[in-house]
Design a protein around this ligand. Structure first.
Ligand SMILES: Nc1ncnc2c1ncn2[C@@H]1O[C@H](COP(=O)(O)OP(=O)(O)O)[C@@H](O)[C@H]1O
Ligand SMILES: [Mg+2]
Length: 157
């Protein structure tokens, strides 16, 4: 569960991107932020994993205040798909997908095994797994980015 309590973000130049957001995202639910460009969607989402720090309010993840969690550890438990694929150009697809699993301590073999499983789940052919990002179509690179940024455990939200 993710809970925003009176969360605001004002950037140093005075731009108010998010103003007093209170919201609960229940376990096993899907929440979508919809709104015009510049309304604060990205800012709100990036505050969840502390890529952006709120200027006011608190964000709790499963009851614990994100502000007191170590950012790296917090992020390892949160899936994140970047707007522009975000694949590392010097690694093959399978090794891109394995990146987070390797960071969390899995062996190369284990991480690659899990990586192939995730690629299959999003419908990517094994032959694509050995390609580099520059050898993929836009659609395939977006599909590869999804499992590549998923966390070591299944997220509850
Ligand atoms: N680093 C920043 N410094 C100043 N203003 C920013 C910064 N990042 C975003 N903004 C501004 O904050 C507002 C919300 O941006 P953003 O969260 O990216 O919106 P969205 O994702 O809904 O398009 C916009 O007015 C944007 O220009
Ligand atoms: Mg955005």
């Amino acid at each position: 569960m993710i809970t925003f309590r009176g969360v605001s973000k004002t950037y140093p130049d005075g731009t108010s991107a998010v103003d007093g957001l209170s919201l609960t995202v229940e376990v096993s639910s899907m929440t979508v932020f919809v709104g015009p460009s510049g309304c604060g969607k990205t800012t709100a989402m990036r505050m969840i994993n502390r890529m952006i720090e709120p200027t006011e309010g608190t964000i709790e993840i499963n009851g614990s205040d994100a502000a007191y969690r170590r950012p790296a550890q917090l992020r390892q438990g949160i899936g994140y798909v970047m707007q522009h694929a975000g694949l590392l150009p010097h690694r093959t697809v399978v090794d891109n997908v394995a990146t987070v699993l390797r960071l969390t301590g899995q062996s190369r073999k284990e991480a690659r095994g899990a990586s192939y499983e995730m690629l299959t789940r999003v419908g990517l052919d094994e032959s694509l797994a050995r390609r580099y990002p520059s050898q993929l179509s836009g659609g395939s690179s977006s599909a590869s980015a999804w499992p590549g940024r998923s966390p070591r455990t299944r997220p509850s939200c």
